[in-house]
Design a protein around this ligand. Structure first.
Ligand SMILES: [Zn+2]
Length: 199
C-alpha cells in the first residue's frame, strides 16, 4: 500500500511539476500497466480525474487536506495572509506557483460572483465599492455602486478611500483582524449567494 501511495505522490508531482509534463505521466501509466497492478491503475485514474479538476490541496498547516476554495469558505483571512506572504517570503510555501495560480483563480471567481445588494444612493445598480475610512471602524453601511455620482455621495459621508468589494482578499491581510473580519463581513453581506459559487 505504501508503494501505491508513493506512486500516487510521484504521479501528482510529475503531473504538476514534471518537465516533460503529460508525456512523462503517460509513460509512467504504461509502465505501471506493464507491471500489471490493477490497484495502481485505479489510483492513476483517480489522480488524473483529481488533476483535471485541479484543486490545490494544502499538504500541511492548519488546513491540511483542504482545497483553496474550502479554506476560503472557512477562513478567508488566512488565505489572504498566505497570498501576501507568498510574495514576501517564498520559503513559506513549498510549491508557490501552484498555490499562487489556485488563489488567483479563486480571486477571479470571486469577481464573477453576483452582488445581491442594491446601491443605497441610486437604488438602480448593485453595490460595487465600500468606503475604508481614514479614521474609525469600517461599517457595512458605507457602500455604493460604480456610478460617479454615487461614488461622490459616499465619499462626502466620511473621509476615506473607496475600494472594490470583490478585491477584499487583497486588502485584509494588511489589517488588524477585527477590521479584516468586518471587511469579510461586507463581502458576505453583499454577495449572499457566494457559497453557491463554490458548491
Ligand atoms: Zn448607485
Amino acid at each position: 500500500m505504501q508503494k501505491l501511495q508513493e506512486a500516487g505522490i510521484y504521479l501528482l508531482r510529475l503531473f504538476f511539476f514534471g518537465k516533460k509534463g503529460l508525456d512523462n505521466l503517460l509513460s509512467l501509466i504504461f509502465y505501471r500497466l506493464r507491471v500489471n497492478s490493477k490497484a495502481v491503475l485505479t489510483l492513476t485514474i483517480k489522480l488524473l480525474v483529481m488533476a483535471q479538476e485541479s484543486p490545490y490541496v494544502f499538504q500541511s498547516g492548519p488546513y491540511k487536506d483542504l482545497s483553496v476554495e474550502q479554506v476560503f469558505l472557512l477562513d478567508p483571512i488566512h488565505l489572504a495572509w498566505l497570498y501576501q506572504n507568498f510574495f514576501k517570503n517564498k520559503r513559506l510555501i513549498k510549491s508557490p506557483n501552484q498555490l499562487q495560480l489556485a488563489i488567483e483563480s479563486l480571486l477571479e471567481k470571486i469577481h464573477g460572483i453576483d452582488t445581491t445588494k442594491d446601491c443605497p444612493y441610486c437604488r438602480q445598480a448593485k453595490v460595487v465599492n465600500f468606503l475604508l475610512p481614514d479614521f474609525g471602524p469600517v461599517t457595512n453601511g458605507l457602500l455604493c455602486c460604480d456610478n460617479p455620482v454615487c461614488r461622490e455621495e459616499l465619499k462626502s459621508v466620511r473621509a476615506g478611500e473607496l475600494h472594490t468589494i470583490s478585491d477584499f482578499l487583497l486588502l485584509v491581510s494588511y489589517m488588524p483582524k477585527p477590521q479584516a473580519q468586518k471587511i469579510v463581513g461586507i463581502f458576505k453581506a453583499t454577495h449572499k449567494k457566494y457559497k453557491e459559487a463554490f458548491a
